[in-house]
Ligand binder design. Sequence first.
Ligand SMILES: Nc1nc2c(ncn2[C@@H]2O[C@H](COP(=O)(O)OP(=O)(O)OP(=O)(O)O)[C@@H](O)[C@H]2O)c(=O)[nH]1
Ligand SMILES: [Mg+2]
Length: 220
Amino acid sequence: MVQFACFDCIVLVPISSYWSYLVVCSVVLLGEGRVGKTCVCLRYCQGVFTDGQESTIQATYLDKRLNLGKRSVKLMIWDTAGQERFHALGPIYYRDAQGALLVYDITDRDSFTKVKVWVKELRRIVGPDIVLVIAGNKADLMKRCQVELEEAKTYADSVQAQHILVSAKTGKNIDQAFLEITKQMLQKESERPESEKTQNNNRTLIGISNEMEQTNTGCC
Ligand SMILES: Nc1nc2c(ncn2[C@@H]2O[C@H](COP(=O)(O)OP(=O)(O)OP(=O)(O)O)[C@@H](O)[C@H]2O)c(=O)[nH]1
Ligand SMILES: [Mg+2]
């Protein structure tokens, strides 16, 4: 069978003797400029790191497949621009997201303060259901850290978010950050009442064929 599925709906079409499905989740990366959002995405999707990565203009899209148990997941990842002049565009990218990775730079206290602003904005515009993971990036620069780990964790707890220290440069905890957000998005989805699941069936439909067997290759 070929099965077409998105986060809110599943369509089954026969292709072979087995049934399987792909869940599509949308994740947005938000945070101040230069905190390392693009490097985090590129490390996760392409396994690379570039010193002196250029600033993002508006936003960039990447995707990644991963397998969680029997489920195959396609993460649609929106890497937004942190520069102030692009902030008005934010809702375009996070309005339909099921999860947000809020990135700050551990060597820049202001960027941590800005995370709190993003959390308020997301809760106000998207609602309480959006999954939040807060990532303190540049963990390879721990000696210059300006944000106490305990403080960051306490804040994350207070807004029902996970906190994780990552480094796009070394790759530390990058996979774990996306895995965590994906698991929580799937968990939230499974807890939603059936009646709600059918209301929002206008999101992207993804067709699945034999490519299902090639998932988890680690590239976009
Ligand atoms: N040491 C270190 N540098 C990093 C790390 N991640 C990113 N950088 C550097 O930080 C700078 C900014 O990285 P970007 O990924 O462009 O930051 P961004 O958040 O996408 O910035 P905008 O696109 O302007 O919003 C670049 O010079 C990166 O090389 C990290 O984990 N460790
Ligand atoms: Mg960027």
